[in-house]
Ligand binder design. Structure first.
Ligand code: ASP
Length: 581
C-alpha cells in the first residue's frame, strides 16, 4: 500500500509513530512561521504541519500546493498544541518529513466542504467532486449499509438473490417502458424492466420459494417531484405463504434495518385498511407521526342554510390543538395554501375555540354558538383549539384536507424526520376506474389476487373488490408494496376480462407467464421496496437523489456524462432506424 494509515485513523496513542498518509488537499493555512494542510480521504481529515524554522524548503514547497492536489506524505505523529475536538483526529498532527505530489488538480469549480458554494446543476456536472463531500459520502455509506443489512436479514431467512434480465418485454407496472432496439432482430425492441415482476413469479414456478434481488428498475415517467427514471428496488417473492406471512417477514426486515442502521427499536407495524386510511387521513400513505385525524361532519354541518356545506358530498375537518390564536394573516395563509392550483380547494372554514371560552368562526352567519359547539364536540375540541373544515366531493376533499393536515403537522413541528412511524396499509381496492379511458385498471398490477370473500363482485361490482395487496408506509411515504398473486389460470382470465384485456392481448403480453402457470404454479406473493426512498428516509432527507451516486436531473438527463445523446448515422443504419425529422 502507498499508505500506512488512513486520514481518519490516527489518535494520541499513535504519537511518535512514523506514518505515511495519502489523500487530497482540503485546505492549507499559511501562518508565517508555520504552514498547515488538512489532508482528506474517505475516512477523515488529518492535519499536516510544516515548520519554516526546521525545514524551510519543505515548508515553501507545501505552500505551493493547491486545493484537491493528491498527496503522499510521511512524517511523525505529534500531539497538537491547539486541539480540535470537532474531528476524531483533532488531538494530533503529522510533522511532515517528506511530501510527494501524486497528482495535481485544477481548482475545483465549487468548494469541497460540507456546505458547498456550488449550485445543484454545477455539482451534478461534477458529481465525482460532489461525491468527495462528507455529507454526500455519508449518504452513499448509509446506502451501502442498508444494502448489506438487507442481504444479511434475507439471507438469514433462506432467501436467495437471483438476477433477472434487463433486456425483456413489457412488465405489468403500468408506466411507460424504456425501449432498446435490437440490431439482430430488425424492427424489434426490448423493453427495460419496470420491475422483475414476471420473472420473480416464474422463479416461484421454478421452486425458488424465497427470492430477493436488489435490482434496478426503469420507468419512463414524467419526473415530477422526486423520481428517477432508473431506481432500485429490494424485490422479493415467497411461495406457500399467506398475506400475514409476507407482512410478518417484511415487518422483520423493517425492524432489522431500523435496529442495525439507525439503532431505533420498532415495536411492530400497525395495520390499517385502505378505507380507514382514506377516511381518517385522506391518503393511502398516512403520516402517522401525529394524530390530527379527520372527523366527518355531514350529520352536524348540513341543514344550516350554508350552501357550500349543503351541496357537499363530504364535510370533513381536523382539529389543530393549541392554534386558536392563529391570526387573520395565518388563517389567510392556510386558505391560500389550500387554494393553490396543486391543491385546488375553493376555500377553508375555521372555528376557533378561544382560550377565554368564546367561539369564533368564519361561518358565524350560519352557525350559532350551539351549532359550532356541536361541531367542536365531534373533535373533543378544548379551549385553545382550531378546527379547520373543508367540503366538496368525497375523494377530492379528503385529498385536499390531507395536504392541509400535513401542512399543519409541519407548522406544529410534528413531523420530525428522526421519528419513525411505520405501518401497513392493507385491503387496497383491486381495480381503479379511469375516467379518461373509461375502463378499470389494476390498482397494483393484473396478477394481484382479489380477496376470496369479494370474488363474487368481480363481474357485478368490480370497483368494490378488495385485493390481497399491501403497502408499507413510513412517515407518509410509501416505501414498499406488494400482493398475494393470482396463480390459477381461470381467475387470471376473469381478472383480464375485468381489465378489458382480450384473450389475445393477454396472451401476447403475458403468454409466457400464463403458460408457465399451467405447469404447477405454487401459491405465492411478494413485495418490492423502493430502495432509494428507503435510504433517504433513513437518512432523514426528502430527496432520493442525495442517496444515488450518479442521479439524473428532472429532465431525465445525466448532466455529467451528457446523456441521453444522439447516435451516429452508422449506428442508426445498423439498427435500421430512421429518425423522423
Ligand atoms: N412489482 C411490484 C412493484 O414494483 C411489487 C410487487 O408486487 O412485488 O410495485
Amino acid at each position: 500500500m502507498l499508505r500506512t494509515h488512513t486520514c481518519g485513523e490516527l489518535r494520541v496513542s499513535n504519537i511518535g509513530e512514523n506514518v505515511t498518509l495519502c489523500g487530497w488537499l482540503q485546505r492549507s493555512r499559511d501562518l508565517g512561521g508555520m504552514t498547515f494542510i488538512d489532508l482528506r480521504d474517505r475516512y477523515g481529515i488529518t492535519q499536516l504541519a510544516f515548520n519554516m524554522d526546521t525545514n524551510a524548503e519543505l515548508c515553501e514547497n507545501a505552500r505551493k500546493l493547491g486545493r484537491e492536489y493528491v498527496l503522499r506524505v510521511s512524517g511523525t505523529v505529534a500531539e497538537r498544541s491547539s486541539k480540535n475536538n470537532k474531528i476524531p483526529t483533532g488531538d494530533i498532527e503529522i510533522i511532515v518529513e517528506n511530501i510527494e505530489v501524486l497528482n495535481e488538480s485544477k481548482t475545483p469549480p465549487f468548494t469541497i466542504e460540507d456546505k458547498s458554494d456550488g449550485g445543484d446543476e454545477l455539482r451534478m456536472k461534477y458529481r465525482y467532486l460532489d461525491l468527495r463531500r462528507t455529507p454526500v459520502r455519508k449518504n452513499i455509506e448509509l446506502r451501502h449499509k442498508m444494502g448489506i443489512e438487507t442481504r444479511n436479514y434475507l439471507n438469514g431467512l433462506g432467501f436467495i438473490e437471483i438476477e433477472t434480465p434487463f433486456l425483456i418485454k413489457s412488465t405489468p407496472e403500468g408506466a411507460r417502458d424504456f425501449v432498446v432496439p435490437s440490431r439482430m432482430n430488425e424492427g424489434e425492441f426490448y423493453a427495460l424492466p419496470q420491475s422483475p415482476q414476471t420473472f420473480k413469479q416464474l422463479l416461484m414456478v421454478s421452486g425458488y420459494d424465497r427470492y430477493f434481488q436488489i435490482v434496478r428498475c426503469f420507468r419512463d415517467e414524467d419526473l415530477r417531484a422526486d423520481r428517477q427514471p432508473e431506481f432500485t428496488q429490494i424485490d422479493c417473492e415467497m411461495s406457500f405463504v399467506t398475506q400475514d406471512d409476507v407482512l410478518n417477514t417484511f415487518e422483520g426486515l423493517a425492524k432489522h434495518l431500523f435496529k442495525h442502521v439507525r439503532n431505533v427499536d420498532i415495536s411492530g407495524l400497525p395495520r390499517m385498511t385502505y378505507s380507514d386510511a382514506m377516511k381518517f387521513y385522506g391518503s393511502d400513505k398516512p403520516d402517522t407521526r401525529f394524530e390530527m385525524k379527520f372527523v366527518e361532519l355531514n350529520d352536524v354541518a348540513k341543514g344550516k342554510d350554508f350552501k357550500v356545506f349543503d351541496d357537499a358530498k363530504l364535510i370533513v375537518g381536523i382539529c389543530a390543538n393549541g392554534c386558536s390564536e392563529y391570526t387573520r394573516k395565518q388563517l389567510d395563509e392556510l386558505t391560500d395554501f389550500v387554494k393553490r392550483p396543486q391543491i385546488g380547494a375553493n376555500g377553508l372554514v375555521y372555528i376557533k375555540f378561544n382560550l377565554d371560552g368564546t367561539v369564533k368562526s368564519s361561518i358565524d352567519k350560519f352557525f350559532n354558538e350551539d351549532a359550532l359547539k356541536a361541531i367542536g364536540a365531534k373533535f373533543n375540541a378544548k379551549a385553545g383549539d382550531l378546527i379547520l373544515i373543508m367540503a366538496g366531493a368525497c375523494e377530492k376533499t379528503q385529498k385536499q384536507l390531507c395536504e392541509l393536515r400535513l401542512e399543519m403537522g409541519s407548522r406544529l413541528g410534528l413531523r420530525d424526520p428522526n421519528v419513525f412511524s411505520p405501518l401497513w396499509v392493507v385491503d387496497f381496492p383491486l381495480l381503479e376506474w379511469d375516467e379518461d379511458a373509461q375502463r378499470f385498471f389494476a390498482k397494483h398490477h393484473p396478477f394481484t389476487s382479489p380477496k376470496p370473500e369479494d370474488l363474487d363482485l368481480l363481474e357485478s361490482n368490480p370497483g368494490a373488490v378488495r385485493a390481497n395487496a399491501y403497502d408499507m408506509v413510513i412517515n407518509g411515504v410509501e416505501v414498499g408494496g406488494g400482493s398475494i398473486r393470482i396463480y390459477s389460470r381461470d381467475l387470471q382470465n376473469r381478472m383480464f376480462k375485468a381489465l378489458g384485456f382480450s384473450e389475445e392481448e393477454a396472451q401476447k403480453q403475458f403468454g409466457f407467464l400464463l403458460d408457465a402457470f399451467e405447469y404447477g404454479a405454487p401459491p405465492h406473493g411478494g413485495i418490492a421496496f423502493g430502495f432509494d426512498r428507503l435510504c433517504s428516509l433513513f437518512g432523514g432527507s426528502e430527496s432520493i437523489r442525495d442517496y444515488i451516486a450518479f442521479p439524473k436531473n428532472n429532465a431525465g438527463r445525466d448532466v455529467m456524462i451528457d446523456a441521453p445523446s444522439t447516435i451516429s448515422n452508422a449506428q442508426l443504419d445498423e439498427l435500421k432506424l430512421i429518425l423522423k425529422k
